[in-house]
Design a protein around this ligand. Sequence first.
Ligand code: SAH
Length: 358
Amino acid sequence: MSEKISLYDTAGIDSLRRELALDPHQLHRLRTAFWKKSAGAEAAIAELPAMAQATVADRVEFHPLTLDVRLDSQEDGATKLVFVTKNNQRIESVLLRAGTGRTALCISSQVGCAANCDFCATGKMGFHANLTTGEILDQVVQANEQIRGEDRSVRNIVLMGMGEPFHNEATVYEVIDTLISGRGFNHPASRILISTVGIPEAMLRCGRRYPSVNIAISLHSVRQEVREQIIPLARKYPLGELRRTIVELNSIQPSTVMVEYLMLASVNDSLEDAAELAEFLDGLRVHVNLIPYNAIEGAPHLTGSSREVRDAFANSLKSAGLTTTIRYSMGADIEAACGQLVQKLERQRKQVSSSRTS
Ligand code: SAH
């Protein structure tokens, strides 16, 4: 039998449509049911004329990813989904159910990451592959299918999972195009956020192309030498250039730029650091999000700042007039630090296969 056609293969699906003599609007009904209503493949196929249903069920692949593990936090509203790609690589998405009833989904853009930040579990894996448009979008589809029974749906989509979104830039734009299109997911651009290690030219391209999509920059320090120590790419993109990029984004975008700041004990968490951060951000339209550090394997030299230090740091920024929040960390019991669970599963898998061969 010939290989299945991915739902995300536009040309392939169009030629199947012609072969089955379907109208474009009939295909549109299938996509609406599948993407906007999260109805599942069966219900989406049922939208088609009866004579086309069996062929579409047989020939179209609706899910580029296979769900491997679902882990629900016993402490809060976080659910981790681990997926396997066709190349047998694992990636993670995290569902975050806020007390307000709103649901956010954190998705991955790559398998592993080339940025190799000192504090990041995904970085420790190295770079393995870029995810395809279908693999990124399927995280949204499958997450919605998981929570359909709870009367919830994904409200905010954050590209803050595994990978550096701007290292997979063209694909990420295809993803956004499909998400925001009325013929796609019809998802508001203002409820999409891209988090980046800080790649100036890509941030500007993104801001120009999608003024309403939110951009977050992982700043983590405004001392060049400290930033270089924890983020190797900082050497390539110095702080002055990042600041100019935020100025420019502020002139393009209606929304504020989110500044992420990981709180690492004795690295970047003194009150002096706070004062320098406030000075760096003076005059910019930003929202500072302080992130408690999730300890990872492979970084024994790093520890997170204590709650008292985080609160004092936040208060110092607030009194300097900066909008500041401390990220409420969810899912600590399900290995919330991005990439942590995948690393562990991969290790278990390797152990199992090596014990089989020995
Ligand atoms: N590459 C992008 C998106 C992935 S990381 C970026 O750098 O922004 C998403 C966020 O999680 C970043 O702000 C990153 O600095 C943070 N992060 C990475 N490792 C972490 C850890 N161990 N604990 C807490 N936050 C972490």
